[in-house]
Design a protein around this ligand. Structure first.
Ligand code: N7H
Length: 458
């Protein structure tokens, strides 16, 4: 069974607050920390049930917590009996850079290089003030039991871009939901609970009992070159009859993502944005990439959506065969939030990033190799997915270190992306700039509340 009082609130539905703080820490005094974990932190951990109730009596700052592999070691959850059996998690993200095709750790935030981070506390609230007061009370209760290693503050963008990521596209539209909830929106993936939660039906890996209802949290600080992005679009518009140059640039951006800025899927609205469709959660996800009446996509027709589009690379739907797709086992729940300020007038006029901004990327899955790592490596970074000639995911696809998988492209070279021009799918759009740059991150495990109470604390 699934008890939503046991599952941390960010995992299945996200904490969904306008501001969020990620506090990365090391455990300095394990015994002291374990006592405080039970007495002081556990009562503050927000559950899925609490978020669903939308309880007005709930605390004004929501809190979740997760541990890295070295964090579990520090808590003495070691040995075969405690083995979570996820090799990516066990090694830590710094040791996964080759699989992710990060160009080493040159662009990484120095604190993410290594495996010193033991855990992350996520604080989410309506205001920065609430977060700051929760943070200072945590700092005084935790004292020297932890050391703060790094923190990142995320915030929703100001109106009219609330809910949109920094390139301008509405985010948080398509996330899988669990089949046990039975409340899916049209087109939403319904997945077995075990694809997201460890130890639930669908998770076929051997796990310690205490790991049940936890989930692996992938954190990535993804810097976005925001003013550079519209410059690229302006320089290479798709010139279609009936489109102005500006509309041709918007079309190019929409086809790179697979959605217009409003959220409307290009597959449903191929030539122009449709803001009514974008904001309609009963329609904006209701497509499979197959033509009406078909259960499989026609991979030779990219007129309505490129095979390289970000949302198609990361969730190919009927490109993989007849739906339902829940047998593909490559779903994850995304719960990230933008970080950094709006583009300044200086940056906009020079088309050059001066201040860092991007996405504090968070994903939850029961298996990092099937979830985040698979999407990044086997789909986004692989130009031959879903067939030869497709090219990279133009938003997040990185050049591979694994030479053969990338058809000979070497790190640092230009990235070919095809299919973006609907009338000339073979037209190659070579990307000289990575619009998304990995600043690194870590792999964590967000345990259930009973695991925190009975196994990880004192
Ligand atoms: Fe993506 N973007 O603004 O272009 N993403 N993403 N992502 N992403 C999505 O459908 C973006 C990243 C997925 O079910 C949307 O909710 C940016 C990574 C998946 O149809 C937009 C960054 C990975 C989906 C963006 C980034 C993914 C998805 C449409 C980095 C995995 C759902 C909104 C800075 C490795 C696909 C929506 C589906 C959607 C953008 C990162 C995966 C607008 C800017 C690293 C699975």
């Amino acid at each position: 069974g699934l008890n939503l009082n046991d599952v941390q609130g960010d995992i299945l539905i996200g904490m969904r607050k306008p501001v969020e703080l990620f506090l990365f820490f090391g455990i300095s005094n394990a015994t002291d920390f374990k006592v405080k974990l039970k007495g002081e932190i556990l009562p503050l951990v927000t559950t899925t049930a609490q978020i669903l109730r939308d309880d007005t009596s709930a605390p004004s700052t929501l809190l979740n917590i997760a541990f890295s592999n070295t964090g579990l070691v520090a808590l003495n959850a070691t040995g075969e009996a405690n083995n979570l059996n996820d090799t990516a998690f066990a090694a830590g993200q710094v040791n996964d850079v080759k699989n992710l095709s990060d160009p080493g750790t040159v662009n990484w935030v120095p604190q993410f290089v290594g495996t010193n981070i033991h855990g992350v506390i996520l604080l989410a609230s309506d205001t920065e003030d609430n977060i700051n007061s929760t943070l200072s009370s945590l700092q005084s209760t935790l004292g020297d039991s932890i050391s703060e290693i790094y923190s990142l503050r995320g915030a929703m963008r100001p109106p009219p871009n609330k809910g949109h990521e920094h390139f301008g596209f509405l985010d948080g539209i398509s996330n899988p939901t669990l089949d046990v909830f039975q409340d899916s929106k049209p087109g939403q993936a319904l997945v077995p609970a075990g694809e997201i939660l460890v130890g639930q039906p669908g998770d076929n890996v051997t796990r310690p009992d205490w790991a049940k209802d936890g989930s692996f949290l992938v954190f990535r600080q993804l810097k976005q070159l925001v003013p550079e992005f519209p410059k690229f679009l302006a320089d290479s518009p798709i010139l279609e009859p009936g489109l102005s140059q500006e509309q041709g640039s918007d079309l190019l951006g929409a086809r790179m993502v697979g959605r217009w800025k409003s959220g409307a899927a290009v597959f449903l609205s191929p030539m122009f944005d449709d803001p009514d469709l974008g904001r309609d959660y009963n329609r904006n996800n209701n497509f499979t990439f197959a033509d009406p009446g078909q259960t499989k996509s026609n991979l030779t027709d990219q007129s309505k959506c490129p095979l390289s589009a970000h949302i198609r690379k990361t969730r190919p739907r009927a490109d993989l065969g007849p739906l339902p797709e829940n047998s593909t086992n490559h779903h994850m729940v995304r719960a990230g939030i933008p970080y950094g300020p709006e583009v300044t007038t200086d940056e906009a006029s020079s088309n050059t990033t001066e201040i860092e901004r991007g996405l504090a990327f968070v994903s939850y899955q029961s298996n990092i190799m099937n979830g985040f790592q698979f999407l990044q490596q086997a789909w986004a970074n692989t130009p031959t997915f879903r067939q030869p000639g497709v090219g990279f995911d133009p938003i997040i696809g990185m050049l591979c270190f694994v030479f053969n998988r990338c058809g000979g492209a070497a790190a640092g070279a230009d990235r070919p992306v095809n299919g973006l021009d609907p009338t000339d799918p073979a037209r190659n759009f070579t990307l000289h700039t990575d619009f998304v740059v990995s600043r690194g991150g870590e792999y964590f495990f967000a345990p259930s509340l009973p695991a925190i109470a009975n196994t990880l604390s004192l």
